[in-house]
Design a protein around this ligand. Structure first.
Ligand SMILES: [Zn+2]
Ligand SMILES: [Zn+2]
Length: 91
């Protein structure tokens, strides 16, 4: 015998996955599907590329907002005129 491989109900890593005939639709779980049972029991949604993508995106947006706040702060570079007569800091 070799290592466990992906089966109908588990991924290669041994995580439960939706059954091939899972009838989950519009967020309604299929109680006969192992992965749906897991979710019904409160298992967290698995992190996928979308989770990573949106986390990175909002982190970038937060950084940008912080940079803008710092630039326009009362004693920041903008108030001191460091960015010149016409502000091009965030063009
Ligand atoms: Zn399912
Ligand atoms: Zn400025």
């Amino acid at each position: 015998m070799t290592q466990a491989t992906a089966s109908a109900t588990h991924t290669a890593k041994g995580e439960t996955k939706h059954a091939a005939d899972c009838k989950m639709s519009f967020g309604r779980k299929d109680a006969s599907c192992p992965r749906c049972q897991e979710l019904l029991a409160g298992a967290p949604a698995r992190k996928g590329w979308q989770t990573e993508h949106f986390a990175a995106k909002s982190a970038r947006e937060e950084q940008q907002k912080a940079a803008i706040r710092a630039h326009f702060a009362p004693n920041g570079p903008h108030a001191k005129g460091e960015c010149g007569p016409v502000c091009t800091a965030f063009d």
